[in-house]
Structure formats: structure tokens, C-alpha cells
Design a protein around this ligand. Sequence first.
Ligand SMILES: NC(=O)c1ccc[n+]([C@@H]2O[C@H](COP(=O)([O-])OP(=O)(O)OC[C@H]3O[C@@H](n4cnc5c(N)ncnc54)[C@H](O)[C@@H]3O)[C@@H](O)[C@H]2O)c1
Length: 437
Amino acid sequence: MSLEESIKGRGALVGIIGLGYVGLPLAVEAAGAGFRVIGLERDAGKRKKLARGELFYEGMDGERMARLLGEDMLRITGDSQDLLPCEVVCICVPTPLSRTRDPDLGFVRMSARQIEGLLREGVKPKLVIVESTSYPGTTREVVRPILEANGMRPCADFHLAYSPERVDPGNARWTIANTPKLVGGMNGCCTALAEAFYAGFVQETVRVSSPEVAEMAKVLENIFRGVNIALVNELWMLCERMGLDVWEVIDAAATKPFGFMPFWPGPGLGGHCIPVDPFYLAWKAREYDFQTEFIELAGKINVNMPYFVSGLVARRINEAGKSLKGARVLVSGVAYKPDVGDTRETPAAKLMELLREGGADVIYHDPFVPVFTVGETTLRSVELIDDTLSGCDCVVIVTAHSGVDYELIARSGVPILDTRNVLHNHGVSPGHGTTTD
Ligand SMILES: NC(=O)c1ccc[n+]([C@@H]2O[C@H](COP(=O)([O-])OP(=O)(O)OC[C@H]3O[C@@H](n4cnc5c(N)ncnc54)[C@H](O)[C@@H]3O)[C@@H](O)[C@H]2O)c1
């Protein structure tokens, strides 16, 4: 049976390398569609939790995953040799920045080497799909040479494509199944095979002419958000000086039915993607003697936001006749976005560090994050009750979790800095504003 027939008939065994926010939902979706899936995860602790059905991400159906594990449609392993019989292998490993903010493709390279070892020993050609976010050229210039290292031939021993993951953990409206999937292969045959694979569980695949186009499109999506958020963050800083409510301004502009799309300011960027991925492109651009100025400028503005917000906190406390030094500040929400427990790159960390440096006693409440480390100190989420609030000099709303009792915060009489306009959005603000005293 050809690889194409095997994929179309869902007889192909699928290997997923990296069972994180991207790899695990993908593994469950593919297994749910009838592919037998083996997930390779190097973190033993994670593997144990996964096997017991104790780890899954926001928006995932835990019962479905447990059923697929029970039926052996989904298997978890720490041994890359178990991927030997796989005909499709997806790379879903992290692509972080190094300490000098350059791309760190160490995980991608390691995954490619693992697959190359399997190509040599295996008898069946494999379709290799890179899903990790990276700069244009990664699939062709980094992954392909590793796969070819020992004489393996593209389009014979392996097929190679790039298909960026667009998963948005916690988003119930847009899922793997209904979010169009970009696919760009090394050639038409690779693209067709990758499309055939995703067609098994994704409603729409979108074919592009090369891996580079798909890689660049994914980075563009994240840069688009980063730059637009920087724009409204800058506007927020100006509006503060001018005594204008930036949220009211954006709401007003958004009544234009064409040519405007609202983005909202906040205390800074978070998550694994938007603060990181643009710098992958900025790094690659330098190879072409090109400076990506929008990316750099947006990065500069967004990185500054926790400093701006800590200054506003100090001002709120000052307005109440006190000083930041010795004040108790409650941070409401430390996750980087609402209704998830993900704290990667969260701006809350920098903000809390700055407030502590200013002499404040910082506590936090986050229903999704029971424990949070700031610098060397590990903090536990406090209960959001009258007693907690009455001991505070300021509340800073950093994450707009939906289940938090904002009425209680608003009623407490404690100065509030609402960096998400959440009080207004929950209809508990006395006015439409950033701050309420
Ligand atoms: N998190 C998101 O919302 C999101 C969305 C779209 C794209 N992405 C991109 O997808 C990629 C993965 O992100 P993530 O959020 O899933 O990361 P993650 O850290 O949640 O998960 C990655 C997993 O890969 C494992 N791993 C690393 N190297 C391995 C190897 N050689 N063998 C086996 N396991 C290995 C790690 O232990 C980890 O569990 C990144 O490039 C990211 O930019 C993430």
C-alpha cells in the first residue's frame, strides 16, 4: 500500500514529537479521527501524568483523551524507537529564544535527528511535518539537511512539509477541527500527502507553494498581533497623559464598520508565541541585511508595559496619600490570558518584580494558578474575600479571568488599576475607565 493510500485510509501510524499545548491536542484529534497515534514526550513527569489522564490543556476533552488512551488509539512513550513504524511524524517541540534573544532550534534539531535515525532503520518512507513556529527557511535549511545526513533521499525515503499550528488554548469557538490549516511542502507530492493527513480531522486545508510561505505566514500572524497591541499600548500611555479613556476611544473607533479592527491595550505580552516568534524573523532578516523595524519597535513598547503599569500603581497609591514602599498590592490574575493557567512569559511576573523592588508587599489571586514564583520567591494564590481586600492598598487587574468576583473588588473601596477594562466589561465599573478609586 502506498503512503498516500495508507494516510487516506487512516491506516498510517502517526508519531507526534512533543506533547505540549500543540502536540497533545493534535495527537488527540488525529487519534479521535481514527489514526493510531504514538506521542513521544521527553519529560517523564509529564508522561506519567498523561498516562494517568491527569494532564491536559484548557479546552481539551479529558474524557475523550482517557477513552483514546484506554482504546490504545493513543499511546505515550519516551522512547523514540517506538516511532519506527510510524508513517507520519509531526514535530511539535518548543522554539524558544536563547539568552541573547536569538532563535534556539535545539529541540527542532534533536527531533529531526531522532527521525533521521528512524529513517535509516525503517523500511517505510515517512511523511515528516514540522508544526513548531519558526523563521522562514527552517524546514528546508535546518530540518531537511539533518534528515538527508546519511543518504536518505527526499521524496523517496521521506517527504517533508511545514504546517503551522494555530491552536488557541481555551478558545472554544476556534478549534483544530474548524481552523483552516496551512500546508506547504517541499514539493507538490509532499504538500498533497500532508493535506491528505490533515483532511482526516481538519475541515479546511489551505495549500501554499512552499514551506517558507507557510512559515512566514505563521510568523506574520503573530507579528500582526504584536504590532497592533503595541500600537494601542502606546495610545494608552498617551491617553493617560491626556486624561482620556483609551478603551472608550477604541470602542468608538470600532463603530466604523470597515477598515478598523480593535485591539486592546494591557500590561504587556505573554505566552509562548507573540513575545517570542517575531524575534525569529528579525534574526533571519539580518541575514538579508534587513532590519524589521516594526517588530523591534513593537517589542520595545510591549516590553515597557509592566514598567508603565507599575508606575500607574504607584500613582494610584500616592493619590490615596500613601507610598508604594510598604503598601500591599493585590494582583488579580497572573496567567498571560483569561481562563487558562499558562504563565509562560506572563507580564505579571515582571510587574510583580517591579512592585516588590519598589518596596510593596505583593500578593495575588488567580483561580487557575495556585502557585507562582516571582524572582526567588514562591507565592500562593490568596482567597479573594473581604478580609484580603481590606488589607490592600491597591488592586491591579492583570488577567481578565471570567470567574473572578469583580463586584467584590469594586465594592471594596480599595484603589483599583484595571489594565484590562474588565470592570466595565463586567458591568461593575462606576464609569468606563482604566482606573477607579
Ligand atoms: N502554545 C501555543 O498556543 C502555540 C500555538 C501555536 C504554535 N505554537 C508553537 O508550537 C511549538 C510547541 O509549542 P507548545 O506550546 O506546544 O510547547 P510546550 O512546551 O507546551 O510543549 C512542547 C513539548 O515538547 C517536549 N519535547 C521537546 N523536545 C522533545 C523531543 N526531542 N522529544 C520528545 N519531546 C520533546 C517538551 O518536553 C514539551 O512537553 C512552538 O514552536 C510554539 O511556538 C504554540
